[in-house]
Design a binder for this molecule. Structure first.
Ligand code: EPU
Length: 432
């Protein structure tokens, strides 16, 4: 390959063909850390969040909190937030563009100040992603909700408890409602809520802050407090990172011990890993040993809300099934357009046909290195997995998508024996 220079973000160069071996620690969960960091807006007392992964979405969240007036200290994986002097309730314009999860500022800002102004998020590469359920909740909770000049304006004069049923199950919608109600006195009821482990981790934090919360199936009873307290909390391990590392291990025919995992959060993923050719066993407290059993079985996957198979693992399994012995079917029920990785995997020799929300994958014996583009976070992870098993070299462009949600994934894979290099911005390869 010839190296030339042009303007790109960082890239990864992956040399396929090594089996992953060794031990690796799974980082704290991104999707648990973000709502927990937003919970700090609710209180003037000091909050300490531990095992927060060092990644772009966390940095964006802390920048947002700082811009509102919070004092933030970020050392290693520990974040301290003191929002005692918070003086703004309008989330800066560009933060939502940089990170969709900024919409989680609505609930706690409205709860603390009785008002919030938050830029309206647009669609993103995985679909239109409306926030109608968030807004419907705030409206039924008695807030005035206006969308004007590209922002959502929320205000409430008297905070009161509410009974609300979501029309569909939404993770951040549930979190926004909980973040608001944790600061509202009286007994509220939320029905048809998301029960992802990340939502439950937020529930744990809100309890520490003084809210009384009971969860029964998809119903939450919450009694908020007018004076939420500070807290110390260690976030749960990232189940999607764990799943991604498991797929990478199985697909390369390797054997890896994953530390800092909660197997109980991984039920549907473990089932599919075992169905597809992995063997998984407990290896001590919070630790799993994963290895390939030498088979590459095709399967059917349908993404569902937790405890079903997570949409955030769909792309990684699609990469794995590209090499299965037969035909697989993957149905994406959560997001409208989450198959962008398929075009890139096809460049590597995968045989996948997408029709609407369904992908039919005819397993091939080999795939080959190519120059491919990341389109979103989990799509990037699927390309890394494909690169690990492809013949030859794969160049993955736009890895900032990967860095938004995985803490040093390339370094972790390297420690497990993968041949993977990070190329700085401005360098690209051609003539291969
Ligand atoms: N939806 C609506 N209206 C709403 C809210 C959601 O129609 O008001 C729809 C969405 O368009 C989607 C479905 O409901 O079709 C589920 O979306 P949800 O609201 O549950 O997704 P989210 O809260 O925006 C979180 C994670 C995603 C993860 C999904 C599903 C965070 C910060 N993000 O998104 O994580 O895929 O739940 O589990 O927690 C990722 O980490 O790569 C990622 C995209």
């Amino acid at each position: 390959m010839r190296i030339t220079t042009c303007y790109t973000s960082e890239s990864l160069l992956v040399e396929g063909g090594t089996r992953l071996r060794g031990r690796v620690r799974v980082s704290g969960s991104k999707n648990a850390s973000l709502p927990i960091l937003f919970a700090t807006i609710l209180t003037g007392e000091r909050c300490v969040v531990e095992d927060v992964p060092v990644l772009l979405d966390v940095k964006n969240t802390l920048d947002l909190l700082t811009s509102l007036g919070a004092e933030v200290v970020w050392e290693g994986n520990t974040v301290q937030v003191d929002a005692g002097n918070l003086k703004r309730w309008n989330t800066p314009e560009d933060t939502v563009r940089r990170m969709r999860a900024s919409i989680l500022s609505m609930g706690p800002l409205l709860s603390r100040f009785g008002r919030a102004v938050v830029p309206m998020p647009g669609g993103c590469s995985i679909g239109p992603r409306p926030i109608d359920q968030h807004l419907k909740f705030f409206s039924e909770a008695g807030a005035k909700v206006e969308v004007k000049n590209g922002s959502v304006y929320l205000s409430v004069t008297r905070k009161r408890p509410v009974e609300f049923t979501f029309d569909l199950i939404t993770v951040t919608g549930t979190e926004n409602a909980l973040l608001y109600l944790a600061g509202v006195e009286g007994k509220s009821v939320l029905r048809n809520v998301a029960v992802e482990p990340e939502v439950m981790d937020l529930v744990e934090v809100l309890r520490k802050m003084g809210a009384e919360i009971e969860v029964e199936g998809r119903t939450v009873l919450i009694k908020g407090t007018s004076a939420p307290k500070g807290f110390i909390h260690r976030v749960i391990p990232d189940r999607i990172e764990a799943g991604t590392l498991m797929v990478a291990t199985v697909v390369t025919g390797g054997e890896v011990v994953l530390e800092n995992v909660k197997p109980e959060h991984l039920g549907a993923v473990l089932e599919k890993i075992e169905e597809g050719g992995g063997a998984v066993e407990f290896s001590g407290k919070d630790s799993l040993r994963v290895r390939s059993n030498g088979r590459r079985r095709p399967m059917e996957i349908v993404t569902r809300e937790y405890p079903g198979f997570p949409t955030d693992m769909q792309a990684q399994f699609t990469a794995m099934l590209s090499l299965a012995e037969g035909r697989s079917r993957v149905v994406e029920t959560i997001f409208e357009s989450r198959f962008h990785h398929v075009a890139e995997l096809s460049k590597m020799g995968a045989n996948i046909k997408v029709r609407g929300r369904e992908a039919v994958i005819e397993g091939v014996e080999r795939i080959f290195g190519a120059e491919v583009y990341s389109t979103d976070l989990r799509a990037s992870a699927s390309l890394v997995i494909a690169g690990l098993v492809a013949e030859g070299t794969t160049l993955i462009r736009n890895v900032y998508h990967l860095d938004r949600g995985y803490e040093r994934l390339d370094e972790k894979l390297k420690k497990l024996g993968a041949r993977i290099e990070r190329l700085p911005s401005g360098v690209t390869l051609s003539g291969s």
